[in-house]
Each structure stands twice: as C-alpha cells, then as structure tokens.
Design a protein around this ligand. Structure first.
Ligand code: HEC
Length: 157
C-alpha cells in the first residue's frame, strides 16, 4: 500500500472515531426534550382526608382502600361524567403499613381524559414508573370512568 493511501486511511478512521464520540456525547443532550416516563405530569396529590373511602380490595397481605370525592360518587350514580380535577385513589397498605398511593385524575372533559401517577407515602413521585401502562390497562374501562371498582362506587351508600 503506498504510504499516502495508508496515511489517508488512518486519517479517515480517526475522523470516524471523532464523529462517533461527538454523537455519543451529544446523544443524551439531544434527548432532553423527550419526557421521562415518570416525570411530574398533570396529576396532583389528592386531598385524601376530604375523600370518601367507597370500597376495599383485599389480596393476601395487600389491602387497598379506594377513595374519591362525594360529587364524583353522585355523578357516577347519576350516570354523569365526573368533574375535571376529580381524583380516584387507591391507597395501598402492605401488612397494614402504608406503601403507596396510586392516583387517577380526570384531566379534561372527554371520557378518555384521565392521567395516572404513583406517589410514595411522603407524596413524592415514583421516578421510574411508566404511567402509560396504568393508562392503557385502565382504558379498557373507558365506559366506566376508567375504573375497575366502578360497580363498588355505584353501589356505595
Ligand atoms: C394490568 C392492569 C393495571 C395496571 C397496569 C394498573 N392498574 Fe390500577 N387497577 C387495576 C385493577 C384490576 C384495579 C382494581 C383493584 C384491584 O384489583 O386491585 C385497579 C384499581 C386502581 C385504582 C382504584 C380505582 C379503580 O380503577 O378501581 C386506581 C386509582 C388505580 N388502579 C391507579 C393505577 C395507577 C396509578 C397505575 C400505574 C402506576 C395503575 N393503576 C396500573 C388494574 C391495573
């Protein structure tokens, strides 16, 4: 191989590495506009002491208290949409110790306008949770306010 061609090859490889390094270093910066899966979203921490505990689900050491506000329970019974801002909360106890709050909140007028969040007992958000999964599972209940415990809310007295 002539000396010049060899030098050119080395040079090309070096340039290639530089390009690769720049792409790698700037990669995460370019991604900054993509929201993290469990960043803060539209869901606010609910006023739990103002909500009504309408049903309990028990499974082994798990005890789940389901809460929502009185206006939402009245709307559900009347077959009306719940008000924008309504919280539906699952308070999860493990062996009688508060473990987390799973929160659904009505964020718009449409029947699919719900958003989800996982809060720890100190009200901080679980950082690595993919709340899109909450939404997609609950979406199967779109005709029942996205609620699995819709019938319990309906029959609560
Ligand atoms: C694979 C399906 C599935 C996923 C994913 C899921 N849920 Fe649920 N969720 C349920 C079921 C089923 C119930 C009824 C209670 C039970 O069986 O424990 C429920 C109950 C609830 C309730 C009480 C109101 C209701 O719908 O009955 C809230 C609030 C809730 N989930 C929030 C969340 C949040 C927040 C997440 C994500 C961090 C989440 N859920 C993920 C299936 C799911």
């Amino acid at each position: 191989m002539p000396r010049k061609t060899f030098a050119g090859l080395v040079c090309a490889v070096a340039v290639g590495f530089v390009v690769l390094a720049v792409v790698c270093i700037s990669g995460p910066a370019l991604n900054e506009t993509t929201p993290a899966s469990a960043a803060e979203n539209a869901v606010t921490f609910p006023p739990v002491d103002q909500l009504i505990h309408y049903t309990t689900v028990r499974r082994g050491v798990t005890r789940e208290h389901m809460l929502t506000n009185p206006q939402a329970l009245a709307a559900i019974k009347a077959g009306q949409p719940v008000a924008v801002g309504t919280h539906v909360v699952l308070v999860d106890y493990q062996s009688d110790v508060l473990h987390r709050y799973l929160v659904a909140q009505k964020v718009g007028e449409g029947s699919a306008d719900w958003a989800y969040q996982w809060f720890w007992p100190d009200k901080s958000i679980k950082a690595d949770e993919n709340v899109a999964q909450c939404y997609s599972c609950h979406r199967s209940r779109e005709d029942r306010h996205f609620m699995f415990t819709f019938t319990d809310a309906l029959s609560f007295k």
